[in-house]
Design a protein around this ligand. Structure first.
Ligand SMILES: C[S@@+](CC[C@H](N)C(=O)[O-])C[C@H]1O[C@@H](n2cnc3c(N)ncnc32)[C@H](O)[C@@H]1O
Length: 202
């Protein structure tokens, strides 16, 4: 599975389908991240929001872990050689830090794993974060029939373009809760199809 082939078109496609909604959802809780935080971004994609974020949070440091080399190139093109960003081509297995991050950001990242895989991914990310870290999630939820239809189409699209194997949305909310995290706050977008939330360890 690789997002390389669609990296250049990814943001345009997202805007075509969701208008500004997905972007607004991702920006919604960013201002909750404390200044001078050490932030882990998993599967950040093109990182379209990162430059602006660092302008508002000049004392933050960001570890940007991305599996797709093309996505990572685009993120570097947006943010350049910013010393505050540590770009890492890799996955959850490339996180060597322990109890280090004050905040974790996963935007449309949890949805690329099967439920079986996702439990392990969450545990690996959790190990790298401090006990009181905020975990900012933006992802899709499936609570209406039209959500199921749109998800069906989206997963078929990603199967063809990225060879993504899974074909249904994992119940990421349930898995985060089962992993001893609690939801502090949430906001829904796009008719309740997109959810942004802050989770913390119990
Ligand atoms: C659906 S895209 C979301 C991109 C971006 N976060 C956004 O919302 O615009 C998922 C991203 O996660 C990356 N990815 C997939 N599996 C990954 C993994 N195990 N570790 C790190 N990145 C991963 C993909 O390359 C892709 O850029």
């Amino acid at each position: 599975m690789s997002f390389n082939s669609i990296a250049r078109h990814y943001d345009k496609l997202s805007r075509l389908v969701f208008g500004e909604s997905l972007m607004r959802a991702q920006l919604y809780f960013l201002n909750r991240i404390d200044p001078s935080s050490n932030v882990l971004v998993m599967g950040g994609g093109t990182g379209w929001w990162l430059k602006e974020f660092l302008l508002k949070r000049p004392e933050c440091n960001v570890c940007y872990v991305e599996k797709s080399v093309e996505m990572l190139k685009l993120a570097k093109a947006v943010c350049g050689d910013d010393q505050r960003i540590s770009y890492r081509l890799g996955t959850e297995d490339s996180i060597i830090e322990r109890n280090e991050f004050d905040a974790v950001i996963t935007f449309c990242f949890l949805d690329v794993f099967s439920e079986v895989e996702l439990g392990g991914v969450i545990e690996k990310i959790k190990l790298s974060a401090k006990a009181d870290a905020d975990w900012l999630v933006t992802d899709f939820i499936n609570t209406r029939i039209w959500h199921s239809i749109l998800l069906f189409v989206m997963y078929r699209f990603f199967r063809v373009t990225t060879s993504l194997k899974i074909q249904q949305l994992p119940n990421w909310e349930d898995l985060l809760l089962r992993s001893n995290l609690i939801e502090i706050e949430q906001k829904l977008f796009y008719g309740g199809f997109i959810k942004s939330a802050i989770f913390k360890r119990k």
